[in-house]
Design a protein around this ligand. Structure first.
Ligand code: ADP
Ligand code: NAG
Ligand code: NAG
Ligand code: NAG
Ligand code: MG
Length: 498
């Protein structure tokens, strides 16, 4: 390829090698589907045996701890709409863990009848890996096209990740560690099944290695390998988002608030996202979706007095009330709200907010930054902004006369355009902005010294606002049923006749 530097070529080669390894890993995990799991075996020196046995014991203990975390999240039997009762949650912790493994096997072996409609290992046969979408401490995510052409994202254990590295250091047992780290994927599968929402990434299925292997899930063997099949998204790029129109940035914040509203009264109770960072989210067609759920927690904090209920953040501490029930009231919900404020709202919301909406945006910034509003009130405030923005009510004080300065030609577009750039534009080449109506576009055109005409293109943004294209001049009018051309009256004579 011309112009491709050596370093770029090296990077491409490296990416190819990594992908090839991945594909072979994936294929081998698919091949294990249906095959009998090989038994755990390990060559040991006689002197090391005792030490290894105690390490092994410690690892199994860890695995059991992880399982205990997942069991209470499992789907209750059909008909129980409200999830596990308080009582069931407690008894599952006290129960003999052996009993719990029956439930456990249902997810590790994917045998629950409710999930028969999901994709399994067989749907991965013949897939093509495209590229790596991302990786974190625990997981690696690969962009894949399935044999039928369907694009999906696959989540696997990140063999190079911090979790795996720490485990290997502690236990020196690659297979056992893979299994331990896989338990986070398993927890995520269960959470994705329990927390279905438009702003949570869609689980398409999973492939659990070890099918046909030993019964009982006692640890070791091939039982560890888990691949989660997800809807494909684009990792959230804050830098890119900061350069996007306010409308798109507002969308991300609104989606986040809708998600937090759902999480505050989810089937599992009020859920806190303990690792709340932009990198735990992706977008799918502009819509925000949570993808990293393994650090979600529905646990409540027990307390005796308010001082037991403090939320600590780097620049701010809050104390919440301890309820009569002896739990910190709304702690999970408030933790989420403040994280939304500090990681998302402060960067995305105030900057270039539409003039008629700034007071509402400022109010949200203050009430979330001070934790004065709960998630219901916050959602209401966001939905109100959306409504005003969509209905154009925030434009009421624009003089209606501005549009009279323009001659309108319906069913026309332009060619031979002389464009100018504006910011933040929906198009790189010219100045394309969203408007509620011709009046708002006329107002914008009047405020740009280079602007002499604009076109309402008929294309719409996610809120239903119109995309308007602003320009200095054009040479021809061309028939275009979906658009309208507006030309400044004083300048109209300067444009050549059709
Ligand atoms: N469905 C997906 N589509 C596209 N990218 C994804 C998807 N899920 C995750 N990613 C990317 O992969 C990265 C790692 O996934 P994540 O679940 O956060 O792993 P970890 O638990 O190790 O942090 C994320 O930061 C995100 O950028
Ligand atoms: C928050 O509380 C911690 C622990 O009590 C304290 O060390 C820290 O200084 C406090 N931070 C702020 C900003 O008040
Ligand atoms: C909220 O408003 C009060 C009063 O104007 C101000 O002192 C405070 O700093 C604001 N807080 C945030 C987080 O914006
Ligand atoms: C929040 O709204 C939900 C309904 O959407 C309602 O069930 C719940 O009681 C409300 N919570 C508060 C604190 O008002
Ligand atoms: Mg992550």
């Amino acid at each position: 390829m011309p112009g491709m530097g050596n370093s770029l070529r090296a990077a491409a080669l490296l990416a190819f090698v990594v992908l090839s390894i991945l594909v072979s890993l994936l294929i081998s995990s698919v091949q294990q589907f249906g095959a009998t799991g090989s038994h755990f075996s390990k060559a040991t020196l006689p002197g090391d045996e005792e030490k290894l046995a105690s390490l092994r014991g410690a690892l199994i203990y860890q695995l059991n701890e992880r399982r205990k975390e997942i069991i209470p999240l499992l789907l209750p039997e059909d008909g129980d709409e409200n999830g596990l009762s308080e009582e069931a949650r407690h008894s599952s912790q006290a129960q003999d863990p052996i009993l719990d493994y029956n439930l456990w096997n249902e997810i590790t072996l994917g045998s629950r009848k409710a999930h028969l409609d999901e994709m399994g290992c067989d749907s991965l046969v013949g897939m093509q890996a495209v590229e790596i979408l991302g990786s974190g401490y625990t997981k690696l995510v690969v962009k894949v096209n399935l044999a039928g052409g369907q694009p999906v994202a696959l989540k696997l254990v990140n063999e190079q990740g911090i979790d795996m590295g720490k485990c290997l250091e502690d236990f020196k047992d690659p297979q056992g560690c893979r299994e331990l780290v896989s338990s986070k994927l398993q927890k995520e599968i269960v959470l994705l099944q329990r927390l279905k929402h438009p702003n949570v990434i869609k689980l398409k299925g999973h492939c659990a290695g070890g099918q046909g292997g030993r019964e009982g899930g006692g640890g070791g063997g091939e039982g560890g390998r888990v691949t989660v099949i997800l809807e494909q998204g684009n990792p959230l790029q804050m830098i890119q988002l900061l350069q996007s129109p306010w409308e798109d940035r507002f969308r991300v914040c609104l989606d986040l608030v809708r998600l937090l509203h759902f999480l505050s009264q989810s089937p599992l109770g009020s859920v806190a996202l303990l690792d709340f960072q932009p990198r735990q989210f992706v977008t799918v067609s502009g819509e925000l979706k949570l993808t990293d759920l393994d650090d979600a927690s529905a646990e409540e904090t027990a307390c005796q007095s308010d001082t037991d209920c403090t939320l600590e953040f780097p620049h701010r501490n809050f104390t919440l009330p301890c309820s009569a029930r002896g739990v910190c009231e709304g702690l999970n919900e408030k933790r989420n709200i403040y994280n939304a404020y500090r990681y998302f709202f402060t960067y995305l919301l105030p900057h270039q907010a539409p003039p008629g909406l700034t007071h509402l945006v400022d109010h949200i910034m203050n009430s979330t930054g001070e934790l004065k509003a709960d998630i219901n009130q916050t959602l209401e405030a966001f939905e109100r902004i959306l409504l005003l923005y969509q209905s154009g009510l925030h434009l009421d004080n624009l003089p209606p006369s501005v549009v009279k300065d323009y001659t309108v030609m319906r069913g026309m577009g332009t060619s031979g355009n002389v464009e100018y750039r504006c910011w933040p534009s929906y198009s790189q080449q010219g100045c394309v902005l969203s408007v509620h109506c011709a009046k708002e576009a006329a107002y914008i055109c009047n405020s740009h010294s280079q602007c002499n005409s604009f076109t309402l293109t008929g294309q719409k943004t996610w809120t239903g606002r119109l995309l308007a294209s602003f320009r200095s001049s054009f040479s021809h009018l061309v028939p275009d049923g979906t658009s309208e051309v507006y030309v400044k009256k004083t300048k109209a004579l300067e444009t050549p006749p059709v």
